[in-house]
Design a protein around this ligand. Structure first.
Ligand code: NAD
Length: 363
């Protein structure tokens, strides 16, 4: 264990702002440097976190050379994750990379190799693991309350949720649409709850019905869309069917856009086991009343609807708190590079399956 706080830097200051909150809160870190190509964003964030001008950069390689960082968050458009993470690892920093870890399996493996070669950690920002409902389901799993889980439904479906930042809908920068963006989150939740069973085959089908027509792009007063509809070349909906070891099946559904209740955003996880079913249904990101457990007691079906207590912090802040504590105490990272690699491998195979209209066998 080291006493000196780790010097943290962030590359990309969109969702990077939530990483900043995590580093500012953790007793193990000091947020010392920021990087964003957009000088307006950079200046605004620097003022907010009191970062001096000489530690604000528009070029991450200069930041890595000058700021003597111990840990770096990579919060750039997906296609830049690999090169920025590898540069940070080679500069001697641990990396917390946003999801998806990369846009291809080849890049993800290169990142993992760079971490090993430089004896640094590569961690992945799967922040949705840090919610009270999913933590409770994980506890049910650890206690074996579901028996043998044989099937999982994992969805994230939005009425009008095409991200407004233009790069999300350009394959060259994003690697794909709804499937790689939000599908990777629910896929990780399912695989993590199941302790990463081996995925043997996948079948996928992606579609694009809305974005190309300029429909269902999310926006707000603060967040004006910067999408070029002409350049929209990714999926806005996707289905996946995964066969895993032990005859376990996973049904995946990710959509940025659907005709459904206005502004509805639904995250749904359902694990069907021989002794119980755990169900999490989150509408518009609420935290309470989202989870149920069904089982049989004395020969009768019963529903357990807990009122969960959760005194701690959620999402990125909790992930960063735990990851940094693990780092300084030399404990295993809560989200390992391997988890990010598997996510990319499955998503890539689902895209391939959709393109070839064939089931894909994973190695
Ligand atoms: N874990 C989550 O829940 C979550 C939520 C949102 C986004 N993300 C992920 O975070 C990443 C970033 O997404 P976002 O929503 O913040 O996007 P964004 O477009 O809001 O922010 C990206 C930032 O990167 C900057 N940038 C782009 N290229 C750069 C470069 N070469 N050098 C320096 N800065 C550069 C841009 O100026 C922009 O400010 C993506 O991988 C996305 O999938 C994760």
């Amino acid at each position: 264990m080291t006493d000196k706080p780790l010097r943290a830097g962030i590359i990309g200051l969109g969702v990077g702002a939530t990483h900043a909150k995590g580093y500012l809160r953790s007793p193990h870190t000091r947020l010392v440097a920021l990087c964003d190509a957009d000088t307006e964003r950079l200046t605004a964030r620097a003022a907010e976190y009191d970062i001096p001008t000489e530690l604000c950069f528009t070029d991450y390689r200069t930041m890595l050379a000058k700021a003597q960082l111990d840990v770096v968050s990579v919060c750039l458009p997906n296609a830049l994750h690999a090169e920025a993470s590898i540069a940070a690892l080679e500069a001697g920093a641990h990396v917390l990379c946003e999801k998806p870890l990369a846009t291809t399996l080849e890049e993800a493996l290169a990142m993992q190799r760079a971490a090993e070669a430089n004896q640094r950690r590569l961690m992945v920002a799967y922040n949705f693991r840090y919610r009270a409902d999913i933590a409770w389901i994980r506890q049910l799993m650890l206690e074996g309350k579901l028996g043998k889980v044989y099937n999982v439904y994992a969805w994230w479906r939005r009425e009008a949720g095409i991200p407004p930042s233009g790069w999300f809908s350009q394959k060259q920068l994003s690697g794909g649409g709804a499937l790689i963006d939000i599908g990777v989150h629910v896929l990780d939740m399912a695989l993590w709850l199941l302790d990463f069973p081996r995925v043997e085959t996948v079948s996928g089908q992606v579609s694009s019905h809305f974005g190309k027509r300029g429909m269902k792009i999310s926006s707000s007063k603060l967040w004006k869309p910067s999408i070029d509809v002409e350049a929209f070349d990714v999926d806005d909906g996707a289905f996946g069917f995964l066969r895993c070891e032990g005859d376990l099946t996973i049904h995946l559904h990710a959509s940025w856009a659907e005709q459904r209740a206005p502004r509805e955003d639904v995250l749904h996880l359902e694990l069907n086991g021989t002794d119980g079913t755990a169900m999490m249904h989150v509408v518009n990101y609420v935290q309470d009343g989202t989870v149920q457990f069904y089982t049989e007691v004395a020969g009768q079906p019963v529903a357990v609807v807990p009122k969960l207590r959760w005194d701690g912090i959620y999402g990125h802040e909790a992930l960063i708190a735990e990851s940094m504590a693990a780092l300084v105490n030399n404990q295993p990272a809560p989200v390992e590079a391997r988890h990010g690699v598997i996510g990319v491998q499955v998503i890539e195979a689902l895209y391939r399956s959709s393109q070839t209209r064939r089931e894909v066998v994973l190695e």
